[in-house]
Write a protein that binds this ligand. Structure first.
Ligand SMILES: *Cc1c(COP(=O)(O)O)cnc(C)c1O
Length: 647
C-alpha cells in the first residue's frame, strides 16, 4: 500500500469540480437523481399542457389488465437482464481505469442529454428541432472561440461548427469541404463566367488559397444576385454542371487534363480515419501520403521538402493534417510550422488547406485560453506544471486560429457520452459549397442571417437525421463550464498534472526494477497520454519482449469471463513501429531496453508497449490522500517481478 500523500494545504483544493461528475463511488447520486426526476416530471407536465382538453388515451384501468401486466413483466425481465449484463461494462468512471480515451461523464451534459431524450429532437432541420438545432450552431461557435477562430456571427467571415457522430466523420467533412473549395474556382473557369477575375489556368485555379477561393465564391454569389432570375438560374446551372460534386472525380479530372487527383498529407501517426476518409471520397489510399515524424511529431522539415518537390512536379495537395494529441502517444504536431511550410509552398504556386485533427487534444486548448478569449502566454500556463507546455506545444495551440478547420471530440476530452464529435471551419462561407437541396426537408431561399441559414443543418452535414439531445449536452456543458482556463480548463489541468506525476513515478519505477525489468517512457509526453516500454532483464529478443507485455496487458484489460472486481487496473497497449519511429529513434529505444535491433527484422515485427490515458479527474484523490498513480505502479512492479520470475 502506498503511504498517504503529502497533500498541498486545504485551501488550494478545487471544490468547483466536486459537482462535475457522478463520481467513482456514485457520490453525487442524489444530485443526478434529483435532476432526472425533476426534468422527467417537467416533461410530463409539458405533454399534459399541450392540449389539456384531450382526454387520456390510455385508460386509467389499463395498468391492471393482464395484457398490460404481461407486457410490463416482459419489459422488466429484459431490462433486468440488460442491466445485469451491463455490469460487465468497462469501468470508465474509475481512477483504476487508465486505458482508452474515456472516463466519467460530466453531469451537466449527461443530465442535459437525458432531459432532452424524451423530446427526441432531430437536428437535421429546425422543423424537427426548433430548439436544439440552434444549440448545435451555438456549440459550434463555443468551440470556435476555444480554438481562436472568429466566432461573432455578425462578422461575414465567422467560423462555423457542427456536431458529428465522432471524429471520424468530422475528418471526413474536412476532406469534403477542402475538395469543394479547391475545385470550385476550376468550375468557374470551365463555365467561362464573365466579369470575374479568374485564375489564368486550371493549375492556379486549383491552387488558390482557401481564403482566395472563398473570396471568389463571394464575388460569384454577388455577381449572380445582380442578374435577372431566369439568367441567374441559367448561370447557376452552367457552373453547377462543371463542379466536381456534379461531375464526380472521373469526369472532373478527365475534363481538366492539367490537373491530377490531389493528395492528402498526414503524419504517419495519423488516425486510421484518414484512410477511411480518402477511400470514402474516392481519392484512394494511394493519395494519402504519410509523412515521417521526429519524436512522434510531424517532421516539418520533411514536410517542407516534400512540398517543394510536389510543387515542382505539379502534384496538387488537397489538405495537410496536423494531429493535436496523437491517438497513440498524445503527441502534438507543430501546427505553426505546418502553416509556415504552407507559406513557402504558396509562394511556389502550391496551395492547400490545413486541417488540425484535434479529436483527442482539442479541449486542451481551454488551458491556453483566458476568460476574455485571449491567449495565455507560455510562462503563465507553465506556472501550473513541472514541464508542460513545451514551447512547441504552446506554439501549436497558439497557431490554431490560423488553420482552416479542426476536428474536436466532445466524447473524448469533453467528458460527454458517445456519439459526439465536432467539425469546425474557420470561415463559414465555404460551407455554401456543401449545401444539398431536398425540398421536402428544406424550403425557401438560403437566408442571409447566419443562425437562420444553419437551421437547415442537414443540408451541410454528412449525416441526415441526428440527435438533438447530443447538441443539448454539448451546449449546456460549455455554458456551465465555459471553454477557458478558469472553468473547463481545470479538468485538462488536472489530467496534465496527473500525467506529469505518472511520468515522474515511471522513472522511479525504472530505478526500483533495475536488474529485473527495463522500464522506459519512450518519449516525453506532450499531453496526458504516457506510454511505457518494458523488457525483462537479459532478454534481447523483440518478439519475447512483446509476448511479455502481452501477458501483462491480458491482466490489464476487460475479460467477460471474469468478474470485473478481479481486475486491479485497466491499461491499453500500442506498438512501436520502426517505420513510424525512424531508425535512430528505434535504435535509441531498443538500446535503452537492452533489445537487439536485429531481432526486429521480421517485417511484421514491432514492439508492444503499454499506453495510459490519464484523463480520470480522481487519479489523485485528495479527500483520502490516495494516489491511484502510486497504487498502479505498486501493482505494476509486483506483476512485473512475478512475470519476470516466471520466465
Ligand atoms: C479518436 C480519434 C479520431 C476518431 O474519432 P472517433 O470519435 O473515434 O470517430 C480521429 N483522430 C484522432 C486523433 C483521434 O484521437
Amino acid at each position: 500500500m502506498s503511504a498517504a500523500l503529502d497533500l498541498p494545504p486545504e485551501p488550494s483544493r478545487d471544490h468547483t469540480l466536486d459537482a462535475c461528475f457522478l463520481g467513482p463511488y456514485g457520490e453525487n447520486d442524489t444530485l443526478l437523481e434529483k435532476l432526472l426526476v425533476e426534468f422527467l416530471r417537467d416533461h410530463v407536465y409539458w405533454r399534459r399542457n399541450f392540449h389539456p382538453e384531450d382526454p387520456p388515451a390510455i385508460a386509467t384501468s389499463a395498468a391492471s389488465h393482464p395484457d398490460y401486466l404481461a407486457f410490463e413483466s416482459r419489459m422488466r425481465r429484459e431490462l433486468h437482464q440488460l442491466s445485469a449484463a451491463l455490469k460487465k461494462s468497462v469501468p470508465f468512471h474509475s481512477p483504476r481505469y487508465i486505458g482508452h480515451m474515456a472516463s466519467d461523464l460530466l453531469l451537466p451534459g449527461l443530465a442535459a442529454q437525458m432531459l432532452t431524450l424524451p423530446y427526441n429532437p432531430n437536428n437535421v432541420s429546425e422543423d424537427a428541432a426548433p430548439v436544439t438545432v440552434d444549440l448545435e450552431v451555438q456549440a459550434g461557435l463555443q468551440l470556435a472561440r476555444m480554438l481562436g477562430y472568429p466566432h461573432d456571427p455578425a462578422r461575414p467571415d465567422c467560423a462555423f461548427g457542427h456536431l458529428t457522430s465522432g471524429g471520424t466523420v468530422a475528418n471526413y467533412q474536412a476532406l469534403r469541404l477542402a475538395l469543394a473549395l479547391k475545385a470550385f474556382p476550376v468550375a468557374l473557369r470551365a463555365a467561362q463566367v464573365p466579369d470575374l477575375v479568374l485564375p489564368e489556368d486550371d493549375w492556379s485555379a486549383f491552387n488558390l488559397s482557401p481564403a482566395a477561393s472563398i473570396a471568389l465564391l463571394e464575388q460569384w454569389q454577388h455577381w449572380l444576385a445582380a442578374l435577372a432570375p431566369p439568367v441567374r438560374a441559367q448561370w447557376r446551372a452552367w457552373v453547377e454542371a462543371e463542379r466536381i460534386e456534379q461531375r464526380g472525380l472521373a469526369g472532373f479530372f478527365a475534363a481538366h487534363p492539367q490537373l491530377r487527383l490531389p493528395r492528402v498529407l498526414a503524419p504517419i501517426t495519423a488516425h486510421y480515419s484518414w484512410s477511411k476518409g480518402v477511400k470514402l471520397l474516392g481519392l484512394g489510399r494511394d493519395n494519402l501520403e504519410l509523412l515521417p515524424t521526429r519524436d512522434m511529431r510531424l517532421d516539418a522539415d520533411a514536410l517542407a521538402e516534400r512540398l517543394h518537390r510536389l510543387a515542382r512536379a505539379r502534384e496538387p495537395v488537397l489538405l495537410c493534417v496536423a494531429v493535436l494529441g496523437g491517438t497513440e502517444y498524445g503527441t502534438i504536431d507543430p501546427v505553426h510550422e505546418v502553416l509556415k511550410a504552407r507559406e513557402v509552398s504558396r509562394a511556389q504556386g502550391l496551395d492547400f488547406a490545413v486541417h488540425v485533427d484535434a479529436a483527442w487534444g482539442g479541449y486542451l486548448a481551454t488551458v491556453f485560453r483566458r476568460e476574455d478569449g485571449s491567449l495565455r502566454p507560455r510562462e503563465e500556463v507553465a506556472a501550473d506544471y513541472t514541464h508542460f507546455p513545451a514551447p512547441h506545444v504552446h506554439a501549436a495551440f497558439a497557431a490554431l486560429g490560423d488553420t482552416d478547420s479542426v476536428t474536436v471530440d466532445p466524447h473524448k476530452l469533453g467528458y460527454l457520452p458517445y456519439g459526439s464529435g465536432a467539425f469546425v471551419c474557420r470561415d463559414h462561407r465555404a460551407m455554401a459549397l456543401l449545401a444539398e437541396r431536398a425540398d421536402y426537408v428544406f424550403h425557401g431561399a438560403t437566408p442571409a442571417d447566419y443562425l437562420a441559414r444553419y437551421r437547415s443543418l442537414g443540408q451541410y452535414i454528412p449525416e441526415g437525421s441526428k440527435p438533438g439531445a447530443t447538441a443539448a449536452a454539448v451546449y449546456v456543458t460549455h455554458k456551465v463550464l465555459p471553454l477557458d482556463h478558469a472553468h473547463f480548463g481545470r479538468l485538462p489541468r488536472a489530467t496534465l498534472q496527473a500525467a506529469e506525476a505518472f511520468h515522474a513515478r515511471a522513472r522511479q519505477c525504472a530505478d526500483e526494477l533495475a536488474g529485473c525489468v527495463h522500464v522506459l517512457v519512450p518519449f516525453a509526453p506532450d499531453s496526458n497520454l504516457v506510454c511505457l516500454a518494458l523488457n525483462p532483464h537479459g532478454n534481447r529478443d523483440v518478439a519475447t519482449a512483446t509476448a511479455f507485455v502481452r501477458a501483462l496487458h491480458d491482466e490489464l484489460r476487460c475479460d467477460v469471463h471474469q468478474p470485473l472486481q478481479v481486475k486491479e487496473f485497466f491499461g491499453s497497449v500500442t506498438s512501436l513501429r520502426p517505420d513510424v519511429l525512424g531508425q535512430a529513434q528505434t535504435r535509441r529505444i531498443l538500446d535503452a531496453l537492452g533489445l537487439d535491433a536485429h531481432t526486429l527484422d521480421g517485417g511484421e515485427d514491432h514492439l508492444l508497449i503499454l499506453r495510459h490515458t490519464l484523463m480520470n479527474p480522481y487519479l489523485i484523490d485528495h479527500e483520502n490522500g490516495i494516489s491511484y498513480i502510486d497504487r498502479y505502479f505498486d501493482h505494476l512492479a509486483r506483476r512485473l517481478r512475478a512475470l519476470a520470475a516466471a520466465r
